[in-house]
Design a protein around this ligand. Sequence first.
Ligand code: CMP
Length: 131
Amino acid sequence: MQQTFAIIKPHAVKSKFSGKIIDMIEAAGFEIVEMKKITMNQAQAQALYAEHEGKPFYNGLVSIMTASPLIVLKLQKNEAVALWRELMGATNPANAAQGTIRALYGNSLDENAVHGSDSPASAARELAIFF
Ligand code: CMP
């Protein structure tokens, strides 16, 4: 079994899409090992997105992710990292495959509904920031 880290982003929580997204996670066979609704603090956002520091979208990203509550999840399944990324769809909702979470509930690159770790090493690092 592999674990991965997921976020239901602030705009999706505000739009009341959390339940629908959690349904999709469970229907796809993931076990929700841990889950909590939090407001991410500055230090957590900077640690999570350290690889993006200096990019044009970094400051906006940190402020969006710390502005209002979101849901963090520890998910478990065989091949959880890759399968969660597949269920999320492409980073830009405009390019996300039909039926994926970002195609259904994303609005833009900034409001792309969910986050997921990009490798098992990232998953371990990101999970340790929040759980
Ligand atoms: P996420 O999976 O949370 O990882 C970094 C986030 O930065 C990404 O989803 C997007 O919401 C956001 N973002 C904003 N602009 C860009 C961009 N040009 N390229 C990649 N990610 C971006």
